[in-house]
Design a binder for this molecule. Structure first.
Ligand code: ATP
Ligand code: MG
Length: 447
């Protein structure tokens, strides 16, 4: 992304913003910026216009405004309003209220969902108004449902670049926290006291990394220091919440950059402890290659299976553990069954991977053993297996990452998919043999 895209979009000498609460916001009028409704989702606009018609405030906020300013296509469009979730529900038939910790209205248009959030006050204002505990003893936000003004809402958002509002009444952009200046400088800056904001919600560390990776922005120094200082707080985040956050890091076209930053900040350990502990040169190359391929597939608009991604991120740990079983009298299949189960079980304590992904992950691992046995007609039974394609891709990835002993096997599997049944049968009969006089020697599993 080029900064020029931003300059084209903001055409005036902007005033200095004060970055302080209770100060007037900077307002960029319609004729002073080039963020156009043409680039917005028609459904987000529908929501905004209906809020306006009902005399509620309506703003586009977050990634929608940030990405349009940067000339990017927003992933989704979020709306902020002074209407309560119940009032929003009354306006839209296709609306569902979700969330306990953070109550939101989801307005459904086919597969597209527009998230509508009521202006929130910060957690200290919440604590004053709320009789119950809004914070945990570690300062983590448990509930965040005290409504406030537009200004309150801006100051309780995470980063300045995410707190820009597009006003549906006059099409201006409203900036309370200095987000425009930070977009221009390519900086991820936390709003408010960095330590406090990370304590309130440690997931913001991962969000900082995600936006830095996605936008190629720099994490501002005090935020960077605070991440290092508060990194342990991530261990207190519910494992279920981390599952989605990890997907956001890796499934939106900036997986490799996210991975590099996670390593740089030592965050990998707090998401994938087993991977971090067993990461050698091969493992690092394997994950990097998997993520390069993931980014490429996203660019080509091809689907990515979360199971494949998680299987790849944990493969160095499966490999490492398998080496420990080297001297046991086990087949390769048994080894991968045992290690796969153990690695997954341990991983679930950090990130709650749903069963519908956990099962195919283990299949991808055990298929690595199945693909290495080419006796009789077995290979022909594997070809139609629902996990064959992913497992074959996984095998290629291993070879690409330095397991050169797999080259012949990879070529064989590549070829057998391309020939007719007769040729396939022939290929199964003519498996390259090992040992003397063409007799296949009992091979020791290769780890
Ligand atoms: P993208 O959708 O492109 O990933 P986004 O900035 O829109 O990025 P969302 O997760 O969709 O991110 O959240 C929308 C907005 O809600 C953010 O821009 C931010 O203002 C606010 N927000 C989301 N999560 C948090 C959080 N944990 N703490 C504070 N504010 C948050
Ligand atoms: Mg968003």
């Amino acid at each position: 992304m080029k900064l020029t895209a931003f300059w084209r979009r903001i055409s005036r000498n902007r005033k200095k913003t004060t970055n302080k609460k209770n100060s007037a916001p900077e307002i960029i009028r319609r004729d002073e910026h080039a963020v156009s409704r043409k680039e917005m989702s028609e459904y987000a606009l529908k929501v905004l216009y209906r809020l306006k018609k009902a005399k509620y405030d309506g703003f586009l906020v977050g990634g929608g405004v940030r990405d349009l300013l940067l000339g990017l296509h927003p992933k989704d469009f979020d709306v902020a309003t002074n209407a309560t979730p119940e009032q929003v529900r009354k306006l839209f038939g296709n609306c569902r209220l979700i969330g306990r910790r953070f109550r939101l209205a989801h307005v459904h248009f086919g597969r597209e969902i527009i998230e509508v959030a009521t202006f929130r006050a910060s957690h200290d204002q919440a604590a004053n108004k709320d009789s119950g505990d809004a914070l945990s003893k570690d300062g983590m936000i448990l509930r965040d449902n005290v409504y406030g003004t537009l200004e309150d809402d801006a100051w309780r958002r995470d980063f300045t670049i995410n707190a820009l509002y597009y006003n549906i009444y006059d099409f201006s952009i409203v900036d309370y926290t200095g987000g425009l200046k930070d977009i221009e400088k390519k900086i991820i800056r936390m709003i408010g006291d960095v330590d406090e904001r990370l304590q309130e919600d440690p997931v913001r560390m991962l969000r900082a990394v995600r936006f830095a990776a996605k936008l190629n922005f720099k994490i501002e120094d005090s935020l960077s220091k605070s991440i290092k200082k508060n990194i342990h707080l991530l261990d207190g985040v519910p494992a279920a919440r981390l599952f989605e956050e990890v997907l956001k890091l890796f499934l939106h076209g900036h997986a490799l950059a996210s991975y590099e930053l996670l390593k740089e900040y030592d965050l990998l350990k707090h998401l994938f402890a087993q991977t971090a502990d067993s990461l050698d040169e091969y493992g690092d190359r394997f994950i990097s290659q998997a993520l390069i391929n993931t980014d490429l597939r996203i660019q080509q608009k091809k689907p990515i299976a979360p199971a494949f991604l998680y299987a790849a991120l944990l493969w160095p740990a499966v490999k490492q553990l398998s080496k420990n079983l080297k001297n046991e009298d086990l087949s390769l299949l048994q080894v991968y069954q045992i290690t796969g189960q153990e690695v997954l079980e341990k991983q679930l304590k950090q990130i709650l991977i749903p069963k519908r992904f956990g099962i195919p992950m283990r299949e991808i691992w055990t298929m690595q053993a199945r693909l290495s046995v080419r006796k009789g007609k077995r290979p022909l039974k594997l070809l139609p297996h629902p996990r064959f394609r992913a497992s074959y891709d996984f095998l290629l990835l291993r070879e690409q990452s330095g397991e050169t002993q797999l080259t012949e096997l990879c070529d064989w599997w590549t070829k057998i998919q391309d020939v007719d049944e007769e040729a396939q049968l022939k290929m199964c009969k003519n498996i390259p043999s090992f040992g003397k006089k063409g007799k296949a020697k009992k091979k020791k599993p290769h780890f």
